[in-house]
Write a protein that binds this ligand. Structure first.
Ligand code: NAD
Ligand SMILES: CC[C@@H](O)/C=C/C=C\C[C@@H](O)/C=C/C=C/C=C\[C@@H](O)CCCC(=O)O
Length: 141
């Protein structure tokens, strides 16, 4: 029987904690989708991870988690590529004490949107096969 490659989305994985989470998931055999608004860094990170873990193991998809349509489009693109997302990590976050509206948009609404997309996709009562959602939080929300 062919082995099934599990896939995970990690938001804000172009660098920092998100990149570390993506690396950890790759070590466990997951295929990774990096959702980030930084295209240059996101592409460089995907290239770096593919060199370490294998061609097409890491894919960058440009996505601003505060842009609902872009987030839906990116999520659908990942699903179309791999069929099923087993793990959704809502990691993208900012700390900007001078712009609380943006903090709420990224750290709260972006996370809720990521949860909603993953739940709709994973829920067994709607034809999904389950999965895991991880939300990264901080004192900034
Ligand atoms: N660094 C810390 O000490 C610390 C502590 C506690 C919690 N956290 C949380 O960990 C998470 C990651 O933090 P980090 O330190 O790795 O941050 P970071 O700044 O190193 O990386 C964050 C990434 O998120 C991306 N991003 C920002 N806004 C985005 C958006 N709207 N849509 C998509 N991507 C976006 C950035 O481009 C960047 O690549 C955040 O949720 C943060 O709140 C960090
Ligand atoms: C204040 C840091 C955290 O709340 C949110 C960070 C989001 C993105 C900015 C990142 O690039 C920089 C982080 C710098 C962290 C500095 C100090 C941390 O040790 C404080 C962590 C405590 C916490 O937020 O839970």
């Amino acid at each position: 029987m062919a082995s099934v490659v599990e896939a995970a989305i990690v938001t804000g994985a172009a660098q920092g904690i998100g990149k570390s989470i993506a690396t950890s998931l790759l070590k466990q055999g997951y295929k990774i989708f990096i959702f980030d608004l930084d295209s240059n860094l996101g592409q460089a990170t995907a290239k770096d991870l593919c060199q370490k873990f294998g061609e097409s193991k890491a894919t960058f998809i440009k996505c601003d988690v505060t842009d609902k349509e872009q987030f839906i489009g990116a999520f659908n693109e990942a699903v179309k590529t791999c069929g099923h997302i087993s793990v959704m990590v809502n990691n993208a976050g900012i700390a900007d004490e001078f712009n609380f509206e943006k903090c709420i948009a990224v750290n709260l609404i972006g996370v809720i949107q990521g949860c909603n997309l993953a739940i709709d996709h994973m829920r067994k009562d709607k034809g999904g096969i389950g999965g895991t959602i991880v939300n990264v939080a901080s004192m900034a929300g």
